[in-house]
Design a protein around this ligand. Structure first.
Ligand code: SF4
Ligand code: SF4
Length: 345
């Protein structure tokens, strides 16, 4: 990895160089009912619109590579039969400006399934390969437990990662594009003082986490506690609304629908992101529902993230961003659910 430092004033110039592309970044979106500022990722062209000191966005940036709803194919009946059209919906390079480490790690996890598996998803892959990612250091929020999940820093999956050193940024460069861009602004080699400051700030950040999750032997504990009463307790609270999957940066389960126009000459296939907490998630043809109770559906979500995915990829499908707990109307949070299953509550 190559390191550089540059003065904060240079960031606007860097933005200008990247703004020839479509850019997605954090913007302020009013306040919640307690007056706490809300942020979200939006397409943004003006540097002044970016809220680079954002805490955490309500939704993850996932929807820009994995849209909530996407047309997979359309069909038209012509004299020779049905003609199929496929549009991977990859138009322009996209810049993510100011992603935190947890969201970069979330994309790395999605890659394992959607880009690097035996059957990659071409719709995702096309968008993913067309990304430039500029990461930005963050300050832990009370709901963040990314440190427990090992995702509080990113070592790959970005082009450029900036850590705020006060008057300047410490830049980690991972791609030739990022290196070329930095050669167009005024930047320097980091001094030993910069190294010391970087290490000091990293150490200080790690002390500011107030929420943690004990993940040791969690896959075994989940196997042991499959029939735990804790699942019924949380299942009774759960509203089966699916909000947790909606805001989660790593949930990727989906359903596919086929529509045929009334003239029987046009048809289409659409993929929509789904949530395993929704009542019809495990309903099959004939009407049988394999998980009719909210407790079994909620349990499934935890088993997928902290057991099944670990078995397949040797890492959990959760980056500890805490979004699901913050958005849940029933106050169900992963740290509390996992602690109760471990018998710590
Ligand atoms: S855990 Fe919370 S957010 Fe998720 S489905 Fe249940 S009530 Fe909704
Ligand atoms: S499960 Fe919750 S804490 Fe984990 S990545 Fe998804 S939203 Fe974040």
């Amino acid at each position: 990895m190559i390191f550089k430092v540059f003065k904060k004033e240079e960031l606007a110039r860097l933005h200008e160089l990247l703004a020839v592309n479509i850019m997605v970044g954090p913007v302020a979106r009013g306040n919640d009912r307690n007056g706490k500022p809300l942020y979200d990722f939006e397409v943004v062209s003006d540097f002044a619109e970016l809220a680079l000191d954002y805490t955490q966005t309500v939704h993850s940036p996932k929807r820009f590579v994995l849209p909530y709803r996407e047309t997979l194919s359309t069909f038209t009946l012509n004299p020779n039969g049905w003609e199929k059209q496929v549009d991977l919906n990859v138009r322009h390079p996209l810049v993510f400006f100011g992603m935190h480490a947890c969201d970069i790690n979330a994309l790395n996890k999605l890659d394992l399934v959607l880009a690097k598996s035996t059957y990659p998803n071409p719709y995702y892959l096309g968008k993913r390969k067309n990304l430039f990612i500029l990461g930005l250091s963050c300050n832990p929020e009370p709901q963040c437990f990314c440190r427990s999940m090992g995702t509080d820093s990113a070592s790959h999956g970005f082009d450029l990662f900036l850590t705020d050193l006060g008057g300047k940024y410490f830049a980690e460069i991972l791609s030739a594009t990022a290196f070329d861009l930095l050669s167009q602004i005024s930047c320097q080699e980091p001094s030993s003082k910069d190294h010391t400051l970087y290490k000091h700030l990293t150490n200080e950040k790690s002390k500011r986490y107030t929420t943690s999750v004990d993940t040791s032997d969690l896959t075994k504990i989940l196997d042991l506690e499959f029939a735990s009463k804790a699942w019924d307790y949380w299942g009774e609270k759960c509203l089966s609304c699916g909000t947790c999957a909606n805001v989660c940066p790593t949930c990727y389960c989906y359903g596919v629908e086929e529509q045929i126009d009334l003239d029987l000459r046009h048809a289409g296939k659409t993929r929509s992101l789904h949530s395993c907490n929704l009542i019809d998630f495990a309903k099959v043809a004939g009407g049988h529902n394999f998980r009719p109770e909210s407790a079994t559906r909620l349990k499934y979500r935890y088993y997928h993230k902290h057991r099944g995915f670990v078995e397949a990829f040797e890492e959990p499908l959760c980056v500890g961003c805490g979004r699901c707990g913050a958005a849940c109307l029933a106050d169900i949070t992963p740290p509390e659910v996992i602690a109760s299953v471990r018998g710590k509550m």
